[in-house]
Design a protein around this ligand. Sequence first.
Ligand code: S3P
Length: 171
Amino acid sequence: MNSNIYLIGMMASGKSTIGKMLADLLKLEFIDTDKKIENFMRLPISKIFEEFGEDRFRAMEESYFTEKSQLSNLIISTGGGIILSHKNRKILQSASKSIYLKASPKILSKRVEKKIYKRPLLLNQNHSILSTLNTLFEKRNNLYENSAQFTIKTDSLSKTETFNEVLSCIV
Ligand code: S3P
């Protein structure tokens, strides 16, 4: 069975922050799929979307994710759209430790406001950030839940409390 620890969830749900904390504590390698793709392409995600389109980004994401999932003992923080790929969902479902950090669109919308330029799916929309996040959440929540072994509702949790909940899932 795949021994990696996967963090999944909507954008700004805390995957990278919690993933880094976990990696520090467990002394494991941390991988953020978005960061790796940005480094490889030498472009920020928003530029990759702009220049290559979302479909090409998804193909890169799937290819990087499936490759890294062959390895062991990694903490992998995933982009919010990782569950859109059937292949990625299969990997997450067969892992023993995939954790969904579930946050409501209302909470997420407050967090993304300042760094909106980093979120191509929220840019140039005719709708408010909250309504775009609501739509994404409605489309994706089941996919996250069905891909994760554990779901942690984080709305009323501090960063430390979320971290402790994650730890209790993996020990
Ligand atoms: C996306 C989330 C982003 C990034 C890209 C698409 C999504 O990652 O992969 O902008 O589809 O929800 P984060 O979840 O790390 O923000």
